[in-house]
Design a protein around this ligand. Structure first.
Ligand code: ZN
Ligand code: ZN
Ligand code: ZN
Length: 150
């Protein structure tokens, strides 16, 4: 019980739902909590597994769509075509995602991470091409797997 309270107060301390002008519903709050408790990214399937008993597929899908539209989460392309989602930072807003970070897929634990402090590399595009959004996906071994498997 104490653990649950802590999570709720952590969410309301900087409640992205309120920041983005969204009304707080059970599904939005619950799914947001899942993202906040998770270090890596989540797929639709992961969320269904964790919240599927409480909310149906359609509710989960709609909630994710709202979060994407409002700049609360962003979609990450993954190797096996399953789209992953991760929390955004405060500078993201409706119709505007501002990311300069790299996504990292661990080949051992299969988790995907947002590497916030790594800036996407400079691109040298041919004349006439203008980049608007850069997705960098790096594959390798994450910090945790690197230190636990020796
Ligand atoms: Zn974003
Ligand atoms: Zn790993
Ligand atoms: Zn990310």
């Amino acid at each position: 019980m104490a653990g649950k309270k802590q999570i709720e107060s952590a969410v309301s301390a900087q409640d992205p739902l309120k920041q983005k002008g969204l009304s707080v519903t059970d599904s939005r709050r619950k799914i947001l909590q899942l993202f906040m408790q998770q270090k890596g990214a989540l797929s639709h399937g992961d969320i269904e597994k964790k919240a599927g008993a409480t909310f149906d597929r359609v509710t989960i899908y709609r909630t994710l769509q709202t979060f994407l539209d409002k700049g609360i989460i962003h979609a990450i392309p993954s190797a096996n075509n399953a789209i992953l989602y991760a929390l955004c930072h405060e500078q993201c807003g409706p119709d505007h995602h501002d990311h300069q970070h790299i996504h990292f897929i661990c080949s051992r634990c299969k988790h995907t991470f947002c590497l916030d402090h790594s800036v996407t590399p400079d691109l040298h595009l041919p004349k006439g091409y203008q980049a608007q959004d850069i997705d960098v996906l790096v594959k390798g071994v994450c910090k945790r797997c690197n230190t636990t498997s020796k």
